[in-house]
Write a protein that binds this ligand. Structure first.
Ligand code: XIL
Length: 364
């Protein structure tokens, strides 16, 4: 095993070393503001390091915008359905499941040799009103949750690389968020959800996912304590997702690499799962350059930590970004612009992947 890894490592080093030559040979001339067809893609470069580069996928865009779909297939080796696997999308009516849109996204991924991150099974948002407005006993709610997980994770059994089983369980101060689930079921809802997901799909990697846990601080300390406790109790968990929704108006969180490393040292995968870097609009060229260096830094952090096996952006294009709807006056958060042309942030990711400072062989 070790020999194989060493061979893979050597191969990766040779491939990475050869890319600059390939680049020179093919020239990186831009065609209509897009990389030349022969230029290496994000997914090709990242594959040499054992990292998947992913994007959230918007169902409407995927099915109505051919250029969007083409770039998604070419540049990315993983996708995350942006909304189509959430509770309100799949079980809007109690016990009636609709998987059509998510199935279409999974099919797209399979056709393009991409892996799928499933998002998500347990969250406090995007829940159907029958659930949030209903009156249930503790036992009923536990049964509803178990049934939902068994049905959804069962439906996608074998097709999901990583499930975000519980999404955003923490408050900023590191206490558990007061959700429907915590209120009714107590903190054990997290361990139960992980166990039920493992039963439904034994091969999917199981994740907890949250935002503002990228650097070291009270919220990431709380996540660290939680996963350490779960591991000690032999609860199935394989990784932690660091959403990485950043804003140029604030400092980049401190000690990201050290933070990823301490989770990895527990034997967990540590992935960047929803990265974007928003800014007040209109974007200036200085802001776009600053944004590019933030993307580059995060990619370098991922490259430096062998258990960082996925780097997903929360939509690759500003055209379909959630940011303008969620943060008034802000946007331009993604690596392609509104016209599907790559931004400086895209070039920065390519460069970070081409010239990794501390290349590591990635994987468990
Ligand atoms: C967002 C989607 O991008 C939006 O389209 C939707 O309206 C709200 O949810 N953290 C998460 C994601 O885990 O599920 C959120 O996605 C963004 C923040």
């Amino acid at each position: 095993m070790r020999l194989i890894r060493r061979f893979v490592g050597l191969l990766a080093t040779v491939i990475v070393a050869l890319f600059p030559l390939l680049l020179v040979a093919s020239s990186i001339a831009l065609v209509n503001g897009s990389p030349a067809p022969s230029a290496p893609t994000l997914r090709q470069l990242a594959a040499g390091l054992g990292i998947h580069v992913g994007s959230a996928v918007d169902y409407t865009a995927l099915t109505s915008d051919a250029q969007y779909a083409q770039i998604l297939g070419q540049q990315f080796s993983a996708i995350t359905p942006e909304n189509e696997m959430k509770w309100v999308s799949v079980e809007a009516q109690q016990g009636v499941y609709t998987f059509d849109q998510a199935d279409a996204e999974v099919q797209f991924a399979q056709q393009h040799h991409q892996l799928v991150r499933g998002l998500n099974l347990v969250w406090f948002q995007q829940l159907p009103t029958w659930l949030t407005g209903g009156t249930f006993t503790k036992a009923q709610l536990a049964a509803i949750l178990q049934q939902h997980i068994a049905t959804e994770a069962g439906h996608f059994r074998g097709e999901i690389w990583q499930w975000d089983v519980v999404n955003e369980p923490f408050n900023e101060d590191g206490t558990l968020r007061n959700t429907l689930w915590l209120n009714a079921l107590g903190p054990d809802y997290i361990a139960d959800a992980l166990r039920w997901t493992r039963e439904a799909d034994p091969n999917a990697k199981l994740f907890l996912n949250d935002y503002n846990i990228e650097g070291i601080g009270p919220k990431s300390d709380a996540m660290y304590a939680l996963v350490k406790g779960l591991l000690a109790q032999h609860v199935p968990i394989d990784g932690v997702g660091f959403e990485t929704h950043l804003d140029l108006q604030f400092d980049v969180p401190p000690q990201i690499e050290e933070n990823l490393q301490r989770f990895a040292a527990l034997g967990l995968d540590v992935d960047i799962t929803e990265m974007d870097v928003r800014m007040p609009l209109p974007a200036t060229s200085e802001q776009l350059a600053a944004q590019a260096s933030v993307y580059s830094q995060l990619m370098q952090d991922c490259i430096a930590v062998p258990r960082c096996v996925d780097f997903t952006v929360w939509e690759y294009t500003d055209q379909y970004s959630w940011v303008p709807n969620a943060f008034a006056g802000e946007g331009a958060a993604d690596i392609y612009d509104d016209n599907l042309a790559p931004k400086p942030a895209y070039d920065a990711l390519i460069q970070a992947l081409q010239k990794p400072v501390a290349p590591q062989v990635h994987g468990p």
